[in-house]
Design a binder for this molecule. Structure first.
Ligand SMILES: [Zn+2]
Length: 848
């Protein structure tokens, strides 16, 4: 860290990245920023891209130096001049520092010539595209890289004359000069740096006028039938989304033009660059055989990115600690836009199973955290992402709308968007507006759900009279995450007695709520406190309810209720209130009768968890052939191909008896064919891996043959990479693990994740325990060098196979020795090892 000090002012603390302190100082002292950027992009990807930049801005505090962000090698920065004079500057810790003596109060012009940094340019042979979220603009050009310093951009691109380009602003004019052409784009409206983008290269351009609006699409697809098949839907879906959002927000599409580029192997589904959205091509160009779910996925993605034009782009969070907000709003709007067009899908059930299991997995662990998390430096923004943002925040947003009502929500959002248009706002700004428009006060509610961590544990309480009729029925909540938080929520309760079924809609906002209407009813026999699936928390089930759900789930016709029931049973199982044998039996006996595909898939997931994590070796061997038989029977009788292949994958994972492992081998060498299922190359590779993990005699030869049969160079390289992790030799596996300590060997993160999963396969858990502590020791470095999701995935793949007390002790001792470990990483360790802790405790208790 450096202290920049001068005589008459407090120093500004700066360090690598963009610290909150630096960001706050700049937000207060500079404004009206305009970046004029001229970039020359040569055709070959090896040559440098040169840039000339003029930044005009107003400065209201010249008692401090001006600090620009630019994260590139020193040699990339050429000249800097301020107000027409070339100056001496310093370039330290990813910042250009311009001494205050060169600045004047009010308008200043800074001119910089530089070589463009390439970290986030995604340069390929025939094209490149920028992706600057969350703080990568500073890796390309000098700027003030923080979301609340919005700026206007004048972009000029010199590119090869046959190439196309797309940027946020409209193209003003083109000039040609020899092999290059110069594209001059119109000045943009105010944008945050992470939303500035351009796409350049050999693209095909499709323009359409639809609904009175011109739209442009860039793509590189060579299969013209595929393009034609999808074209109309892609444009139509964008048009519908824009019109819906204009109507909902009361604000016309807020940017100058509408265009999008379809990029092969784009990192995400899409990114909401205003006027120049980028998509992963495969998410929009669907195959002829696309399922309803894929069609829904595409429509949702388009609606999501379009919704961002208002939520995130027009009004942007102040700081990335509120990044969850824009994502939640985009999803929330997308669901409203798209779901009505897919009436055959049960959206409540889909929402439930897509969000609750992931949210509970973190919220029940001691590594959980609030939705809104502090962020001291933008360079760490990646550590904020996880299930709490992606899965819990949408649940909470849905609760908010139910609480204040759809009309109030819409009115509040309209005010929020118009008040902060082209500017920035925080979650608290929105809550302030909602508080003022709605009768419901939501500040408290926001403190409970957004600013506090964890979830309520909800317990029913009954008192009965002598004739066993109900004297008192109440619900109680407690905070088991060492806090005393109370959560307000609406619950839909179903109470069955010997002769009646009763429904109550409750507003549960205190420690306890009593349901007076239940007084005098006959003895209670069944109680579900969350029938509609809007409630959130751990709902303790009474013994009669538990038995009924375990034994007669098929009684309940409503799939949402069954979804809630299964999740409720699983939570009880994890808290040792249901024996593993009973849980296993319930899952197995419902596989055949469960009519809903999503619930079937949920059950297959739980079956694998239970089998590998919560059964000890002997129990697993005892149960293996029973489970294998049930799964194989389903594979034989099912007609739905997608479900059938989900069963086949589960069978592949679970197969343990000689007979079943032989079946895997027969599937691999095509002696055995499952009717209706065409195995892919990837399936055959996975079968070969399972044969290795299960030590099928001759597995080395299987792997050799499999490797020979793979033609694609990338997939071949992947298999060569992961193979040592499958080896029967401990020495080879040890050496492989050792090699991962070198960052150069972790370049392909998905390969590394898979290999780590093999090392820690439950069948090898006792031999891989010794990798746990060194992995935890590497974690900080992994976070600094890897993608945002990598640390958690490494941890998940490490812990999945472990259930022993020794494994748990490794974690305990590591955390004890490193009690100043970064909070976010410590939390990830606790999240990833939660089931290992629970399994060790459960198996220990069974021993007693
Ligand atoms: Zn998004």
């Amino acid at each position: 860290m450096f202290l920049l000090s001068c005589n008459n002012a407090d120093p500004i603390l700066f360090e690598k990245g963009v610290s909150l302190e630096l960001a706050n100082h700049r937000a207060e002292s500079i404004k009206n920023i305009v970046y004029s950027l001229q970039l020359t992009i040569p055709p070959d990807e090896e040559s440098a891209i040169l840039g000339e930049e003029i930044i005009s801005l107003e400065i209201s505090d010249i008692s401090h130096p001006l600090i620009l962000d630019f994260k590139v090698p020193v040699a990339y920065l050429k000249d800097v001049s301020v107000n027409g004079k070339e100056i001496e500057y310093s370039f330290e810790d990813e910042h250009i520092i311009i001494d205050e003596e060169f600045l004047i109060l009010g308008a200043n012009i800074i001119a910089i010539s530089f070589r463009v940094g390439e970290t986030s340019l995604n340069r390929n042979e025939e094209f490149l595209y920028t992706l600057f979220v969350p703080d990568r603009a500073r890796t390309a050009f000098p700027c003030f890289d923080q979301p609340n310093l919005k700026a206007r951009y004048n972009l000029t691109l010199k590119i090869p004359k046959d190439w196309q380009a797309l940027a946020n602003g409209s193209l003003a004019r083109t000039e040609s000069n020899g092999d290059l052409k110069t594209l001059i784009f119109e000045e943009t409206l105010p944008l945050s740096t992470y939303l500035f983008d351009f796409v350049v290269g050999d693209f095909k351009v499709v323009e359409q006028e639809i609904g009175g609006r011109k739209m442009t699409m860039l793509h590189r697809e060579t299969d013209s039938i595929k393009v034609t098949r999808n074209l109309e839907a892609i444009f139509e879906l964008h048009k519908t989304s824009i019109e819906w959002l204009e109507e909902y927000t009361g604000i016309e599409y807020p940017f100058q033009k509408f265009a999008f580029a379809l990029i092969p192997s784009f990192q995400y589904g899409g990114m909401e660059h205003p006027g120049a959205i980028t998509y992963k091509a495969a998410s929009l160009f669907l195959d002829e055989s696309a399922t309803q779910n894929q069609l829904l996925g595409r429509a949702s993605l388009i609606a999501h990115e379009t919704a961002h034009m208002w939520f995130g782009d027009l009004v942007t969070m102040d700081w990335f600690s509120d990044v969850w907000m824009k994502e939640v709003f985009a999803n929330f709007m997308a669901a409203k836009i798209v779901n009505p067009s897919f009436p055959e899908i049960n959206h409540d059930l889909r929402f439930l199973l897509a969000h609750y299991p992931g949210a509970y997995a973190v919220d029940r662990s001691s590594g959980t955290h609030p939705i809104q998390q502090p962020l001291a430096n933008l360079k760490d923004a990646g550590t904020l992402y996880g299930s709490i943002i992606y899965q819990k925040a949408p649940i909470v947003m849905r609760k908010l709308e139910r609480r204040i009502g759809k009309d109030m929500m819409r009115q509040g959002l309209r005010e929020y968007l118009s008040e902060f248009a082209y500017g920035n706002a925080s979650w608290d700004d929105l809550i302030g507006i909602l508080d003022s428009v709605s009768e419901e006060k939501v500040t408290n509610w926001s403190n409970q759900w957004v600013k506090s961590k964890g979830m309520p544990s909800i317990f029913p309480y009954f008192r009965t009279r002598k004739d066993s009729s109900i004297r008192e029925f109440s619900l109680h909540q407690r905070d088991f995450n060492d806090g005393d938080n109370i959560w307000s929520q609406q619950l839909s309760v179903m109470l069955e007695t010997e002769d009646t079924i009763n429904y109550y809609d409750l507003d549960f906002s205190n420690e306890m709520v009593e349901i007076d209407e239940a007084k005098g009813l006959r003895k209670a026999s069944f109680l579900i406190c969350n029938t509609k699936g809007y409630g959130y928390g751990y709902f303790r089930l009474g013994p009669l309810t538990r038995e009924r759900l375990l034994n007669s789930m098929y009684d309940f016709e409503d799939p949402v209720l069954r979804g809630v029931g299964w999740m409720g049973l699983w939570e009880e199982f994890l808290r040792q209130r249901i024996e593993s044998g009973a849980m296993l039996k319930a899952i197995l006996s419902n596989l055949e009768s469960e009519p809903d595909l999503l619930i079937q898939q949920y059950l297959l997931g739980r079956l694998q968890n239970l089998y590998w994590k919560f059964l000890r070796t002997e129990q697993r061997l005892e149960q293996a052939n029973i489970i294998e038989d049930v799964l194989w029977h389903q594979i034989e009788i099912l007609s739905d191909i997608k479900l059938k292949s989900a069963y086949l994958k589960t069978y592949r994972s679970i197969a343990l008896t000689d007979e079943a492992v032989n079946i895997l081998h027969q599937l691999w060498n095509k002696e055995l064919v499952v009717e209706g299922i065409k195995l892919s190359e990837n399936d055959y590779t996975q079968l070969a891996y399972e044969l290795a993990l299960k030590q099928w005699p001759g597995y080395e030869q299987v792997l050799d043959e499999q490797l020979l049969s793979i033609e694609n160079v990338d997939r071949k390289a992947r298999m060569v990479f992961v193979r040592p992790a499958l080896s029967g030799s401990q020495d080879i596996r040890d050496a492989f693990f050792e090699s991962l300590k070198d960052v150069a060997n972790r370049e392909h993160e998905s390969w590394v994740q898979q290999a780590i999963g093999f090392l820690h396969h439950p069948l090898r858990a006792s031999q891989s325990e010794k990798y746990i502590t060194p992995t935890l020791e590497m974690l900080e470095e992994i976070q600094q060098t890897g993608d945002i999701f990598f640390p958690k995935r490494v941890l998940d793949n490490t812990f999945w196979g472990h259930q022993s007390e020794e494994a748990v002790n490794n974690v305990r001792q590591f955390l004890y020795r490193n009690n100043h470990y970064p909070e976010n990483l410590k939390n990830k360790i606790l999240q990833a090892s939660d089931l290992t802790f629970r399994a060790a405790e459960m198996l220990n208790r069974e021993d007693e």
